[in-house]
Design a protein around this ligand. Structure first.
Ligand code: ADP
Length: 442
């Protein structure tokens, strides 16, 4: 018989007994009430025992009880025991995680879903200056107030790390990386990269200094070569032959030095000082004219403006990026190709595009194209007069304008280089009607 049914029988038995005793004496109803009261009294007693056990001593064995109450107490006891074991296991795991995070040399800060700091290791105290006594429960941006960190924190795009000086020591460089997990909680990690940063700085300074030092001797060489070239007809023929080659190579070295200096300036100086709203049509038109001069009629170069809005940026830098892309298109496409410079709307904002229908690039090379001195065809690139730094310059200019480069190309299907600018970079400028012009290549 089930426990529940037995309980019902007990109730019926007590009520029946009361009725049976009271009936012959003429007290049937009081007899029944007495039976029921006895039953109620029993249950109240068990309830009190349960309550006392739960509130005072629920970890000990439950009080002995029969029937449904005994089963209920047993189940509660087993459930509580299971809960305690799980809790102990979770606490053990948590402790081990905290101990391993504690042993890490990198800072680890755990934030709740609002961005308030819940826990951190001791490295975070020495690198970020967090203090257990004051800072627990405070929002992380109250402690790391650098606007670049605040912006990074709220952007919620944590694919790239952020490099910043430590809030307590300007000389210590930290690389921050945030990870989202659980219920919108965040883990902030900070790594000390001071040594790496110094090495990188030394490399940049070295390249910039060498390039700078090479400038003067190269100018002197180029000057003398130019003078000799004017008297080439008076030189013995075996010297005259080498003169052209020497001039060509000097120009190449000068271009290389200029590109290296531009690249190191783009890397070191923060930029932004000369940013202003730029009208794109005149810029595209002027780059088209320069590209046509380089092309000397071998390609057809056009301009399309499909977006009326302008761009906030440095005119010099945007011109340099666009010229690099346009000159590459001229250098790496065969005679008769079509090149289009385009300023158009894009789902993310707007895009500046240089598209050609030349030989294209094998997709295996695309991820590495913006690396310094990476060339698809080394022999051919050197012959075209490229320095190997063009796309690296484009990438740095775009980084300084919160933009990115997208390269779309297949062999024999042309190449499209797209500079995608975010909406925040767009700016209204004096209205210029959309134009479409195609150069005749002359
Ligand atoms: P380079 O000075 O060699 O032109 P870049 O960084 O400007 O250096 O370009 C890197 C490589 O990308 C080039 O060597 C070339 O092979 C390839 N490339 C760039 N633009 C194009 C294009 N429009 N069509 C085909 N290949 C291109």
């Amino acid at each position: 018989m089930s426990l529940w049914r037995r309980e019902l029988w007990r109730l019926a038995l007590l009520a029946g007994l009361g009725l049976l005793v009271g009936w012959p004496l003429g007290y049937a109803a009081p007899g029944l009430a007495l039976g029921l009261a006895l039953c109620l009294g029993y249950h109240l007693h068990q309830l009190r025992t349960l309550h006392r056990w739960l509130t005072h001593d629920s970890q000990s064995e439950p009080p002995a009880a029969a029937g449904l109450w005994g089963d209920l107490l047993d189940r509660l006891y087993r459930y509580q025991k299971g809960q305690r074991i799980t809790q102990r296991r979770l606490l053990g795991i948590l402790k081990r995680i905290q101990e391993s995070s504690e042993a890490m040399r990198d800072s680890v800060v755990m934030l709740d879903r609002h961005g308030d700091m819940e826990w951190w290791n001791s490295a975070a105290e020495s690198m970020l200056g967090l203090q257990a006594a004051h800072d627990r429960g405070h929002h992380i941006t109250n402690l790391i107030r650098d606007p670049r960190f605040v912006d990074y924190f709220h952007r919620r795009d944590y694919r790239e790390p952020l490099t910043l000086p430590s809030p307590i020591d300007e000389r210590m460089m930290l690389q921050f990386q945030i990870t989202l997990y659980g219920d919108d909680e965040r883990l902030v990690m900070a790594r000390d990269i001071t040594r790496l940063h110094r090495l990188e700085e030394m490399r940049r300074d070295f390249v910039a200094n060498v390039s700078h030092e090479l400038r003067t001797p190269l100018t002197v060489l180029a000057g003398y070569l130019e003078t000799y070239a004017t008297y080439a007809d008076q030189l013995p023929s075996r010297f005259a032959r080498g003169l052209d080659r020497m001039q060509e190579q000097t120009t190449r070295m000068q271009n290389l030095v200029n590109d290296l200096l531009l690249l190191s300036r783009l890397e070191t100086d923060r930029g932004g000082a000369d940013h202003a709203p730029l009208a794109m049509p005149p810029l595209l038109e002027s780059v088209r004219r320069d590209a046509e001069a380089l092309s000397a009629g071998r390609q057809t170069i056009g301009v399309e403006v499909e977006e009326a809005v302008g761009l906030t940026g440095s005119e010099q830098e945007i011109r340099s990026a666009l010229s690099n892309l346009a000159f590459n298109a001229v250098r790496y496409t065969p005679e008769g190709s079509h090149i289009m410079l385009r300023w158009a709307a894009h789902p993310e904002g707007a895009c500046l595009e240089v598209a050609d229908d030349g030989e294209g690039i094998d997709p295996v090379h695309i991820p590495r194209l913006t690396e310094r001195f990476y060339r698809v065809d080394k022999g051919r690139s050197a012959a075209t007069g490229g320095t190997g730094l063009g796309l690296a310059i484009v990438k740095h200019v775009l980084l300084r304008h919160d933009a990115r480069l997208e390269i779309d190309s297949r062999p024999r299907q042309g190449a499209t280089f797209r500079c995608i600018f975010p909406e925040a970079r767009l700016a209204p400028v004096a209205a210029t009607p959309p134009t479409e012009t195609a150069g005749d290549g002359s």
